[in-house]
Design a protein around this ligand. Structure first.
Ligand SMILES: [Zn+2]
Ligand SMILES: [Zn+2]
Length: 67
């Protein structure tokens, strides 16, 4: 588990990676803060070109592409 986190951190250069869905998901945030997580992923407009996750805001993705 820990090693996987380090790996995904090294792929993303952003200082804000802890706000990215890739990181959020890897930390289980979507399970512990389900409501807050749901607001990030409703009415999605962007997709991450790196991990294929979708989000409403480009700020929550490593490599956001407009859907
Ligand atoms: Zn990603
Ligand atoms: Zn990231």
């Amino acid at each position: 588990m820990l090693q996987e986190t380090l790996k995904s951190n090294s792929i993303c250069n952003s200082e804000l990676h802890n706000e990215h869905l890739c990181y959020i998901k890897s930390q289980g945030f979507h399970l512990t803060n389900e409501q807050e997580y749901n607001t990030l992923v409703e009415d999605v407009r962007y997709m991450c070109n790196h991990c294929s996750r979708t989000a409403r805001s480009a700020d929550n993705l490593c490599v956001p592409v407009l859907l």
